[in-house]
Design a protein around this ligand. Structure first.
Ligand SMILES: [Zn+2]
Length: 267
């Protein structure tokens, strides 16, 4: 069975971030200004997982993935004008560093504004999927966090980042991450594109196979707070972590999960 993901949706509807009804605008992920993937293939994960059946190609795009799911205010006034510029700066500084350095140390740091980077990240993952605004404590705490710069990062979430010097562009939302020995699944959102990857988890994972950098210490820092964000360059995490199953963990994709795979322009 192959399910193509709808990316356009209606011209008017509920914004995936704030839930308000009105005209919808296209969100670009990664945001314009970041290094862009060349070709993007969108699959529903069930097509990827169906054995012996070649995945059917979804919508192709030259400019990353676009979903028409956000209202003008969330897309342009908040993400576009406030949060994305700082997210893009962080991403491109890492990209520049990886591309221009002749010899890289095993660890260094990059200046960044964690609260802006986190809001941009949550906003773009929230934009995935048509008509995804759901009532509930989680949707509301993410909405409030994005709309109000004074709020701390929602306490039910954890966020991580790591250097990702690879081509495949991966977006996942609403998949369940299962640590097999503990048997406790938790939901994850994932965004990976050259040169950086981000993981958002619902709840505090008891086990992670690798040690990505955590946003934990900046959870409550002021919006304008600029920090030195550590960056481990060696060893880099495997290209398929955490979406590829290991002997201890597996990602479980329900019908509602969204998985997007493409190629980044990693030159
Ligand atoms: Zn909105």
């Amino acid at each position: 069975m192959t399910i193509l993901i709808e990316t356009r949706g209606p011209k008017t509807g509920k914004c995936n971030i704030c839930g308000e009804l009105g005209p919808l605008t296209e969100d670009h992920t990664p945001p314009k200004g970041c290094l862009k993937p060349r070709q993007v293939e969108i699959h529903h994960i069930s097509s990827l997982l169906s054995q012996g059946e070649a995945p059917t190609r979804g919508r192709r795009s030259q400019n990353g993935v676009k979903y028409r799911t956000l209202c003008h205010r969330c897309n342009n006034t908040l993400l576009g004008a406030r949060y994305d510029p700082l997210f893009i700066e962080f991403v491109n500084n890492i990209g520049q560093l990886l591309k221009t350095s002749m010899q890289l140390p095993s660890a260094l740091s990059i200046r960044g504004q964690p609260q802006a980077i986190l809001r941009s990240l949550l906003g773009h993952i929230a934009a995935q999927g048509v008509d995804r605004y759901l009532k509930g404590p989680l949707t509301e705490s993410i909405r409030d966090y994005i709309l109000d710069e004074t709020k701390p990062f929602p306490e039910e979430l954890c966020a991580y980042y790591w250097v990702y010097p690879y081509k495949p562009h991966v977006m996942v939302r609403d998949a369940a991450f299962l640590d097999i020995p503990s048997g406790k699944p938790f939901s994850i959102w994932l965004l990976k594109f050259f040169p950086v990857a981000f993981l958002v988890t619902w709840g505090r994972p008891t086990y992670l196979e690798y040690s990505p950098h955590s946003f934990e210490s900046w959870r409550s820092c002021p919006f304008r707070y600029e920090v030195e964000m550590p960056l481990t360059l060696q060893p880099v995490l495997p290209v398929c972590w955490p979406e590829a199953p290991s002997n201890r963990t597996v990602l479980v994709y329900g019908q509602e999960a969204i998985h997007v795979v493409g190629e980044s322009q990693a030159k």
